[in-house]
Design a protein around this ligand. Structure first.
Ligand code: HEC
Length: 291
């Protein structure tokens, strides 16, 4: 009996501790938000650093993850966001064969023309087409989204690197940190939360402390648990979706990242060997000279 009472007491104090901790967190968030508004510095919170398979000098994209990210983009994000620079054909880099890419492209209707009568017409997509945009133009996109046009995805992952500040940016040179974009996108997608008490959020916007330009943005939280069905057994959770689509967007923005890293490494190896040779040459040329 005593044991039971003791464990209930411990459990109760743990619950108490957790709720105190989250209250403290909320207080911190409120303070951080007020601080950011005052100084005009956004985002309120720095992006959460994630482990990415493509990080570092030998980084490689995870093809299964890219395929899942494509699925999230297709089923959720593409309702609002275009990806104009990416062609269906390039999806072969995600591990699909020609027939699969053809079938994928054929699921889309693409505007083409003009035909012999000078009129535009719609046809099925082919691998050489690019992803069609959900809106006819930027104005239509903005009008449908409360005045803010959803940005094109083609280069977004490279365009959003939040400043990391001193001294982190110095270490970044050595660790070759280039994952600012995906870290930002992941944090934004998983970062929606209730606005802290006393913080005003404009009508039609959603509080998100990771948004780079303000305290709230016009995009409603696009993802939630169970929304997309994966067929490779990966967990159907918000966290997993956010990670997958962020890596996919990084691939869209920089499809040749692996090649670039490989070339960079070869160049470094060459430079080291070359420096050694130059040193030996210098030694042999000056071997009989007096100093
Ligand atoms: C209902 C339409 C809609 C859907 C669906 C949607 N978005 Fe957005 N998104 C927007 C709008 C609108 C903005 C511009 C927000 C603003 O500037 O206030 C935006 C902005 C963004 C931004 C840029 C934020 C910045 O720093 O400027 C990212 C990244 C983003 N969305 C990712 C996604 C991802 C990933 C998905 C799919 C999981 C998605 N969005 C689905 C409407 C949408």
């Amino acid at each position: 009996m005593k044991k039971l009472v003791a464990s209930i007491a411990i459990a109760a104090s743990l619950v108490g501790f957790v709720s105190v901790a989250s209250a403290a967190e909320e207080h911190d968030l409120k303070a951080a938000t007020e601080h950011a508004i005052e100084g005009g510095h956004f985002p309120v919170l720095k992006p959460k650093n994630q482990d990415w398979s493509f990080a570092g000098p030998f980084g490689k994209y995870d093809k299964a993850q890219l395929q899942r990210g494509l699925k999230v983009y297709k089923e959720v994000c593409s309702a609002c966001h275009s990806m104009k620079l990416v062609s269906f054909r390039s999806l072969e880099e995600l591990g699909y064969n020609e027939a699969q890419v053809k079938a994928f492209a054929a699921q889309y209707d693409v505007q083409d023309g003009p035909n012999g009568d000078g009129e535009m017409y719609t046809r099925k997509g082919v691998p050489s087409d690019h992803f069609p945009s959900p809106f006819a133009n930027e104005e239509a996109a903005a009008a449908a989204n409360g005045g803010a046009a959803p940005p094109d995805f083609s280069l977004l992952a490279k365009a959003r690197g939040v400043e990391r500040g001193f001294p982190t940016f110095i270490f970044d040179i050595f660790t070759q940190y280039q994952e600012g974009g995906p870290d930002y996108i992941y944090s934004l997608l998983t970062g929606y939360t209730k606005a802290p008490e006393g913080i005003q959020v404009a009508e039609g916007t959603h509080f998100n402390p990771y948004f780079a330009a303000a305290t709230a943005l016009k995009m409603p939280p696009p993802l939630s648990d169970g929304q997309v069905t994966y067929d490779d057994g990966a967990p159907a959770t918000l966290d997993q979706y956010a990670r997958d689509v962020a890596e996919f967007m990084m691939w869209a923005a920089e499809p040749h990242l692996e090649e670039r890293k490989r070339t960079g490494f070869m160049v470094m190896v060459f430079l080291v060997i070359f420096a050694g040779l130059v040193y030996l040459t210098k030694k042999s040329v000056y071997a009989n000279k007096e100093h």
